[in-house]
Design a binder for this molecule. Sequence first.
Ligand code: ATP
Ligand code: MG
Length: 418
Amino acid sequence: MLNHNLVTYHQSEHRLPAGEISDAAKKIINKLVEHNFQAYLVGGAVRDLLLGLHPKDFDIATDATPEDIKHIFKGKCRIIGRRFRLAHVYMGNSLYEVATFRGSDEGDRVMKKGQIIRDNVFGTIDQDAIRRDFSCNALYYDLQEHTILDFAAGVHDLKKGELQLIGNPNKRFVEDPVRMLRAVRFHAKLGLKLTDDMKQIIINNRQHLSNVPTARLFDEAIKLFHCGNMEIAYYTLTELKLLPLLFPQAARIAANEDIWHDFLIQAFRNTDHRLKNGQSVTPVFLTACVMWLEFLPIYHQFINAGKNSHDALHEATTLVMINQRENLMVPKAIQNGVRQMWILQLRFKKMFGKGVYTTLHHPRFRAAYDFLLLRNEVNNDLSQKVEFWTNIQSMSPEGIKSLIFGKKVKRQKVSYDL
Ligand code: ATP
Ligand code: MG
């Protein structure tokens, strides 16, 4: 038992704004407690509330097993997961993750090459705390007592503004290499410092990322893209030599050509800005931006080999996606979205006739137009297109009609250049 490490903070000391906790999360916790189980708010929500931020979700930890939880919440509960079996409880319009305390007995875990493959051994709260990744993610808020239970000096590290891994960093990064990407994300998103020691350990262990299922890596990449401060995350990924393990070609091109480095920074800033303003974002956009770096030279190669622009675009897209699969698997739906955004770059060249309507009403028009603006920042040749597609959006139907069908319209031959 590690209870001797437990520090309990009372309301007067921690000042967590409990009013910000969602009513549904409170309801779930209270119900578990009524059934004589322990239940706490845990993880990112406690951390974010202590930092004065609005948590994006409220995770719950309990000593009730997934079956107990199912029994209590019946139709509102689904048991999910293989690697980590846990309960999803639906309440209000939201979904809450209710996880049973995990044990730390390594003998019972399913491991492969030092990596955790399955971890469904249940345990006590103190065991649960130390198998979490960072000290600031191992804080438990007790709604009944209004106390914070801290088993790993998380409150202290938060006050210092440092991200600290629990336990032996070498071992913990090997057992789940995704923690390296999580470190970058929490650093970028929360401004928590990565110590020089931690940076070096990440650099030393970075190759282990290639053991992570490529679909899980894509999920993490998207969480990074949308962490709200991807510009910082990008610099950190580069500094820690992680970027080449996720997007090898883009990382190489951005490192060698300033223009593409600037392009990526601008793309990340756009997304960061949208998120700060509460605007919607789609994983398709930044995936398309990052992969564009690899796509463009292949596209030009195909054009030079005599393919028409349509074929070159499709074949280059397919090739880029296949190449990317080795490191990080882009799901089919996102691949399709990226392809559509790129096809629209070709369509933007056609600024007359009926096709203009098809482009304008395409479901990916918005993302593709934003992408065009971004491309224009590194390639001024696009300014005529930018002007056309910007103006047309605020024109009346009659105005558009006379613009695209009018006698003065130049029906120039559309070139193959994107
Ligand atoms: P956010 O939801 O803001 O991205 P979070 O810390 O809540 O951050 P989640 O992925 O929701 O992150 O995970 C919830 C909690 O589960 C974490 O706070 C941490 O305690 C634990 N956890 C998640 N992933 C891991 C991991 N790979 N290794 C160890 N513990 C983890
Ligand atoms: Mg969370």
